[in-house]
Design a protein around this ligand. Structure first.
Ligand code: ARG
Length: 589
């Protein structure tokens, strides 16, 4: 059998991608260089190529004749991988893959550590800005999406071979720190540190704010302290560090519980850009972009207006000389491009900051700091809502604390594990409850289109049926148990031959081979829900296969071995797919 080698030297990909690449020369021959075959999976056949329509339109020809001309060129090649090729409708090419071709491709994917997923043709340095909680404030449900989506993007980009630089742009600078430091001084350092280390950051913040609001003396002290902080006074910096350290300890505890990759080394808070701020102003000035408006130094990027239709300024330096969030994000662009040498800058931040980032990126382009091929993208997302469609609150009416949310997920999962797996040891049950509970929260978030809001629903996310993490984790564990009970080493089947006979085998094989496209589609759109949908479809295809096709009791040895390859590859794709989403797939549950 012929081994297909893709033109970039990679041995395989989703057959849909492979056939599109193989059709390129034929489409180019009839439609000119770069004519796109437009191949999609199809229910009628396996794949449909629609490219003839666009070519015919452009050349003023009959689309069916264009399709025929393509076919005349491509037929010899298509005959090696297709069992049937026909022209349908206004000029579609309907392609049915030969069973031997799918079987061979699946064999290659099964023998591949990377499960047939293509590596990036060009390796980029991808900077991913995510999580970004604020110092002296607890992480709450508002940080869930950025943390979970950002971490999935880190894993996906790394998987296809990019170099990923994680950056946690924590809010660790600005005027509130004057009041926070003075409150720390009042409490006494050790006392304050002890209190903060218990994780009650919000309590500390509230006390400081109450004192500040009520007491003019405190306001003066806070203002003076901000000046000291801005000028780098050593004693003030030491106190500031104490606050930052206690807060990052709390963030790290959350990350550890959640299995998020961020560490202290990834912290690149607002304070880091402080020294660069005067330079931002200088460079904007030199570029001739700064305009004075109401005593502030601003830039007017074209295309931004307020409700009245007046041009909207990006304030670079406030009246009185202070800098703000925008100034620090401008510095941040310079840093990520010029020091970190990022090619692709992703900002995983909520949709309410859309205008902020659009303006910052525009000004950075105008100033010449950001230019192609370097690209900055605001990967925005909607909100997590409570059952009343309002911001999710805790019983006390505050935004639900992140740590409480995680703990509750595990407690709830433990109840269902105890019910479903009473035979497992208490330790095992506890371990599984953690991966199910945390997996459920992450998956519920990732499986919704990130642009949309979603309603946080414990029962739905923890259900063992439907598009949920427990359903996928369970599908994986069930396959593991087939091998365990039959005492077959999973790795031992990975080079066995695949034969496809039953339609359910064929459907499962095609789905497994589409893992490549699912990963790339997810990456191209920065949209983890696409991978979730794929994994859910895969689990369903597996169920259909398993119901119709006996594995251990297959009619003959060759069929049994082939079906074991399908089982093992399904489990690997499920586990790998979940891992890319930051979710653990246990072998038993
Ligand atoms: N700390 C900010 C907030 O809570 C998010 C920071 C996002 N990153 C950035 N480069 N601005 O809103």
């Amino acid at each position: 059998m012929r081994r297909l080698i893709r033109h970039n030297g990679d041995p395989m990909a989703d057959p849909i991608v492979t056939v599109a690449e193989l059709l390129l020369p034929a489409f180019a021959a009839v439609g000119g260089e770069g004519a796109d075959p437009v191949v999609r999976p199809s229910d009628r056949a396996d794949a449909q190529a629609n490219g003839a329509l666009a070519i015919a339109k452009r050349l003023g020809q009959n689309p069916r004749q264009v399709a025929e001309a393509v076919l005349a060129v491509a037929k010899p090649m298509l005959d090696t991988i297709c069992s049937n090729v026909e022209i349908a409708g206004p000029g579609f090419l309907n392609l049915t893959f030969a069973d031997h071709f799918l079987a061979e491709q699946l064999g290659l994917a099964a023998a591949d550590e990377h499960l047939g997923v293509r590596l990036a043709p060009v390796t980029k340095r991808v900077v991913i800005d995510y999580s970004a909680p604020n110092v002296a404030k607890e992480m709450h449900v508002g940080h869930l999406r950025t943390t979970v989506i950002g971490d999935a993007l880190v894993r996906l980009m790394t998987y296809v071979g990019h170099t990923v630089i994680r950056e946690n742009h924590i809010g660790d600078w600005g005027t509130p720190f004057g009041m926070l430091i003075e409150h720390l001084v009042d409490l006494g350092e050790t006392e304050a540190a002890d209190g903060l280390s218990l994780g009650d950051l919000d309590g500390f913040y509230r006390e400081a704010r109450a004192k500040f609001d009520a007491d003019p003396v405190m306001q003066d002290r806070a203002r003076h302290r901000v000046v000291l902080l801005q000028s780098g006074d050593p004693e003030t910096m030491r106190l500031w560090h104490l606050l930052v350290e206690q807060s990052t300890k709390h963030f790290n505890a959350v990350y550890a519980k959640l299995g998020v990759l961020l560490t202290d080394d990834d912290i690149a808070g607002e304070s880091m850009y402080n020294a660069l701020l005067p330079e931002v102003i200088e460079r904007l000035q030199t570029a001739g972009l700064l305009v004075e408006s109401d005593g502030a130094d601003v830039v007017f990027p074209p295309g931004f207006t307020n409700r009245e239709g007046d041009p909207l300024p990006l304030i670079a330096q406030k009246r009185g000389g202070g800098f703000n969030y925008s100034t620090s994000d401008l510095a941040c662009v310079i840093d990520r491009v010029e020091r970190v040498h990022g090619d692709l800058l992703l900002y995983v931040v909520g949709a309410p900051q859309a205008q902020h980032f659009a303006m910052v990126f525009k000004v950075a382009e105008m100033a010449g700091w950001l230019h192609p091929p370097t690209e900055a993208v605001h990967v925005m997302f909607g909100s997590v809502l409570g059952p009343n469609r309002k911001m999710l609150k805790s019983r006390s009416g505050e935004p639900l604390k992140f740590i409480e949310l995680i703990d509750e997920a595990v407690v709830r999962a433990a109840a269902s594990v105890a019910e479903k797996n009473p035979h497992l040891s208490a330790d095992e049950q506890a371990e599984i409850a953690i991966v199910i509970g945390i997996g459920a929260v992450k998956y519920a978030d990732l499986s919704t289109d990130r642009i949309k809001d979603y309603i946080f629903d414990w029962d739905r996310m923890l259900a063992f049926d439907g598009n949920t993490a427990p359903y996928l984790q369970y599908a994986h564990a069930r396959i593991c148990s087939i091998f365990r009970r039959a005492e077959i080493d999973r790795a031992s089947v990975r080079n066995d031959a695949v034969v496809l006979g039953e339609p359910q085998e064929r459907a499962l094989a095609k789905r497994l081979l589409a893992f490549d496209s699912a990963v790339w589609d997810t990456i191209d759109k920065y949209s983890p829900h696409r991978l979730c949908t794929y994994l859910f479809d895969l689990a369903q295809d597996f169920t259909a296969f398993y119901e119709h096709c006996p594995v251990l009791k297959a009619a003959d040895d060759a069929t049994k071995q082939s079906r074991l390859v399908l089982c093992d590859t399904t489990a690997r794709v499920l586990a790998q797919g979940l891992d890319l989403l930051g979710i653990v797939a246990p072998e038993r549950m």
